[in-house]
Design a protein. Structure first.
Length: 351
């Protein structure tokens, strides 16, 4: 990489933190125009899920998704890897296996040289290879800011399809990656990120959520979604409301990406996306400990990029899920972070 090029300086947003807020997105998607019924469309605009799912008629379904954003890191190769892992994650979150990817590239050709864009594509190819799929083509435009992502297709056995609105009362919640990516990347921009924490965010964002396709084979895993730009609270609210339930989050067991998050938040390393998230759904959240509510909010509403899977599992089958997580190097994420409960006045209570 050319040391003079810092990709994050060429965009106003970063990663999933540049997603449109849930409140504004609801306004955009609200429409009086109704589409004709399509019996084969198993998951579409009627729910707030991670991808569209179409019944192929042979016991299998096609998963179709797209995700793209502006640079969250300066290194173009890693930007390509992160954006690609993030897009592919939607297929894993639905319980499927990816089969094909198409690139989406927007590039300021008069500002950034084409060899930098080539490195972004190379990074994407490396992640697609890890996922066992081809980067089979794509589309590019000349844009004011660098943008990259993928459109991804996957396949799932319909009996193994996982949605984000099918959790059940009494389910235990697990999370397969740590929280705090937005805080660390903001701390880096502010020049306050400690050397020992310099690679934590990138390393986590480049990890594929392959575990989703394995867990989907368990009927006792009732619901799954991946935690991205709306933060843990936002995606859990979608799960709770979609399932006509509420949820309890035990803050003490939420995995944090490093011990210094309190320090970084105190120094002002809070992404703009955190406040946009909170403005959208803060009224749906109750904190039992008011003294710590401000800090906990900045953690739990922190926009994640290529975040982990939020899993809602039957409490009697928790041991089986934990065993699978242990077998695949995710022992750090076997501690339950909460549970699904009967509907209450708040969608989420943080204890």
């Amino acid at each position: 990489m050319d040391n003079k090029i810092k990709l994050t300086q060429y965009s106003h947003g970063a990663g999933c933190g540049c997603k449109i807020s849930p409140k504004i997105l609801d306004e955009i998607l609200h429409s009086s125009f109704s589409m004709p019924d399509e019996d084969n469309l198993l998951v579409g605009n009627h729910s707030k899920d991670d991808a569209a799912v179409y019944d192929l008629g042979n016991g299998k379904a096609l998963i179709s998704t797209t995700d793209f954003f502006m640079p969250i890191v300066d290194d173009p190769f890693n930007f390509g890897r992160i954006a690609s892992a993030n897009a592919i994650s939607d297929v894993y979150a639905m319980g499927g296996d990816p089969i094909l990817a198409i690139a989406i590239l927007g590039w300021p050709i008069n500002t950034l040289p084409p060899n930098i864009a080539r490195l972004v594509i190379e990074g994407s190819k490396s992640i697609c290879k890890e996922a066992g799929i081809q980067l089979a083509g794509g589309h590019s435009i000349d844009s004011p800011e660098p943008i990259f992502g993928l459109a991804v297709n996957g396949i799932v056995e319909i009996q193994n399809l996982k949605k984000n609105n099918t959790a059940k009362k009494g389910d235990i919640l697990l999370l397969t990656k740590s929280i705090g990516v937005g805080i660390l990347t903001t701390a880096e921009k502010k020049g306050i990120l400690k050397t020992k924490d310099a690679t934590l965010a990138s390393e986590q964002m480049m990890k594929l959520n392959k575990i989703g396709s394995l867990l989907s084979k368990l009927p006792t895993v009732h619901a799954m979604t991946d935690v991205t730009g709306f933060g843990l609270l936002g995606h859990l609210i979608e799960m709770a409301e979609g399932s006509q339930l509420s949820a309890i989050v035990n803050f003490a067991t939420v995995p944090l990406i490093c011990d210094e998050l309190i320090e970084y938040v105190g120094a002002g390393a809070v992404p703009g996306g955190t406040n946009r998230n909170w403005d959208s759904y803060g009224h749906k959240v109750h904190f039992e400990n008011e003294e710590h509510a401000s800090f906990q909010k900045n953690i739990l509403a922190d926009p994640q990029t290529s975040g982990g899977l939020l899993i809602s599992v039957d409490k009697d089958a928790l041991g089986e899920v934990i065993e699978i997580l242990n077998e695949h190097g995710l022992a750090k994420y076997t501690q339950p972070i909460g549970e699904m409960i009967e509907t209450e006045s708040f969608a989420i209570t943080v204890v």
